[in-house]
Structures are given as C-alpha cells and as structure tokens.
Write a protein that binds this ligand. Structure first.
Ligand code: P6P
Length: 333
C-alpha cells in the first residue's frame, strides 16, 4: 500500500471534505509531534530519569508521576507559540492555561490527559495521551474556563496516542476514524487504517471486577448476565479484558469490538464516576461514535452532556452498539 503520511491525510481531508482548516491541521500536526516526544520519553523507562513519582499532586488529588509532568510540559510548550490556540486545559493543571500574550491567540482550545493510565507506567504496560479540540465560541478576545464548558458533540477533533508495542495515533475530525503507526526510522506517522468500524456485537467486556460489590443494580445485572454465559440469558460465553489504561482498552475495542464500563459505584457516591468528561470520556466517545459504536453514562449520550465544571467526572459505558444499548436499557428499567 502506498505510504500516506499524517500531513498528506490531513491535506487530502481538507481538499475532499473541507473539514480541516489550516489552523486545525497545524494543531493536529503539533499534537502528533508532541506525542512523538512523549513516546521517546516513555520508551526510555529506567534508562532515563522518567520513572517514579514526581512527589507532587494534581487537581484530582492524585500523586503525579514524573512522566505525567513531563508529558504535560511537552504538550504545553509544543502548542502555545503556534497561533492556533486560545488556551489549553489538562488533567494535570487546576485551571486553564491561556496562551501567553507574547504569542497570537487562535480560535481553538485543546484539552488533554497528557499521560493516561499512569498506574501502568512503572510496570511497562501500555499508556496513552488523550486529546480533545473545541472551537472558541464568539470572537471576543480573551478566554475563560466557561468557554471550555461545551458538550462533547461540539468537538472539532479528538484522538489519542497509545504507547504500546506499536506507537499509534488515532484521530477523528468528524469524518470517520483514522489510525497512524509511528515509523521510528523516519520519525513519521504512517496511515495504517481508516474508516475504522466497531463490530455492533461482541463477546468481550472490560470492567474492573474488583468493584463488583459497589455497583448499582443495572451494572450488576448486565455483568452477571455476561458471566452466566451460554446457559444464561445472553446465550453466549463472554471474555473479559481490563488493562486499566483507558487508551489501551478503547484501542482494543476500536480494533475488534467490545464494551468498556467504568460506572458509578458507591465507594464515592457523590462522584458520578471515576473518568473525566472533558478530556477522557468526550474524546473517546467522539472516536467510538465515529467508528459506529455508542457511548453513554448509563442514561444519556456522553456527547450530549453539558459540562458544569472543567474537571467533572462521568460514568462511562462505551463500545459495540448493541451491548451499550443493552447495558443502558437496564439503567432505564
Ligand atoms: P482502576 C487510569 O488511571 C484511568 O484513568 C483509566 O485510564 C483507566 O480506565 C482507569 O483509570 C482504571 O481505573 O480503578 O481500574 O485502576
């Protein structure tokens, strides 16, 4: 197959579909380049001074790993001078990072979880960078946190980079999902799959089973039926996967189907879920829907949720259409 680079793919998308104005193309290429730098740091492991704790806490109250901080800095430094962004938001920063006055401001806003799956960094299990792109509404100069509080259906683009056996960039601009594999010899992102489709049915579910006793009844019912297998109400046996890196679990689902659940549980009843809406659930929901899957919080489409806070959390059920519909229906019954 003729090798198509990320740049060529983006230029052709703009030429054929007019979906990627030059500033958005620049943004995506800058993020892709930043992910290459993060991949290099991640792959150093113990040979670089990148493992272990940074001995600091983030807004989530989580101890930051050195690579969390490094990845966040790489994305900030790569994106603030280009003139394509008004501001950025990150899981690792309490408030938004407005592009400094010494640089021109653009119309886009970039949100990211710079390194998701941090509990896996030190044990060499796949981790990833998740990003979401919103447009600033209105052209008044200046940008505030309120400008970010848009429902996920308004995303201009979304994607992730998974640092696994291959380093892959997975992207949507609203015209399907494309996947690029990093060619380390040339340092370029090569198109290796496009028009990704998630099978509507699956026999594979992903959930952290250790929380079983804390789940609400609809989740217990759905998982019990999967576990009952061929002789149970579902009439088929299920398999289970749980990487504890959302990027890795979602990548598997985009590649071969499956259903991923991180539901509300009674451990912290005041929190709607563990995962963050703006820079984890929304970008993943956009990708999954663009690939023919579904993503709900058990009650409504994740992309319809109107955010009230930058770091708000949400329950997530996403993946193969028919399974997400079943699990969501159980919440309504
Ligand atoms: P648990 C990683 O910390 C993360 O945010 C997601 O990537 C992942 O799906 C989830 O949390 C894992 O959570 O409770 O199973 O460790």
């Amino acid at each position: 197959m003729k090798r198509v680079s990320l740049t060529q793919y983006l230029v052709e998308q703009q030429r054929e579909h007019g979906r990627i104005p030059p500033e958005l193309r620049l943004l995506i290429e800058v993020v892709a380049r930043a992910c290459k730098h993060i991949a290099i740091a991640v792959n150093k492991g113990a040979l670089g001074d990148v493992l272990g704790s940074a001995h600091s806490e983030n807004v989530q109250g989580e101890i930051q790993k050195k690579l969390d901080v490094i990845s966040n800095e790489v994305l900030i430094e790569a994106n603030e001078w280009g003139g394509h962004l008004a501001a950025m938001a990150s899981e690792e920063m309490d408030s938004i990072h407005v592009v400094p006055n010494r640089y021109p401001q653009g119309e886009y806003m970039l949100l990211f979880d710079p390194l998701d799956g941090s509990s896996n960094i030190d044990v060499n299990v796949s981790i990833g960078t998740i990003f979401s792109v919103l447009r600033k509404i209105g052209h008044a100069r200046g940008v505030s946190e309120e400008d970010f509080l848009q429902p996920g259906k308004q995303q201009a683009a979304a994607g992730y980079c998974v640092y696994g056996p291959q380093t892959m960039l997975v992207l949507t601009v609203g015209n399907g999902v494309a996947m690029f594999t990093l060619d380390r010899e040339t340092g370029s992102w090569v198109l290796t799959q496009q028009d990704v489709r998630i099978p509507e049915d699956t026999k594979e579910f992903a959930i952290n089973m250790s929380n079983l006793r804390h789940w609400a009844p609809p989740v217990k019912r759905y998982i019990d039926e999967c576990l009952a297998g061929k002789t149970g109400p579902r009439g088929k046996d299920f398999n289970m996967r749980w990487v504890a890196s959302m990027v890795a679990d979602v990548h598997r689902i985009l590649m071969r189907g499956g259903v991923f659940l991180y539901p509300w549980d009674q451990r912290e009843p005041e929190k709607p879920g563990k995962l963050r809406l703006m820079y984890e659930a929304n970008p993943m929901a956009f990708l999954v829907e663009q690939a023919g899957g579904l993503a709900t919080n058990g009650r409504e489409r994740i992309l319809d949720i109107v955010p009230t806070r930058l770091h708000e959390r949400v329950s997530v059920i996403l993946g193969s259409k028919n399974e997400v519909e079943t699990a969501t229906r159980y919440h309504a019954e």
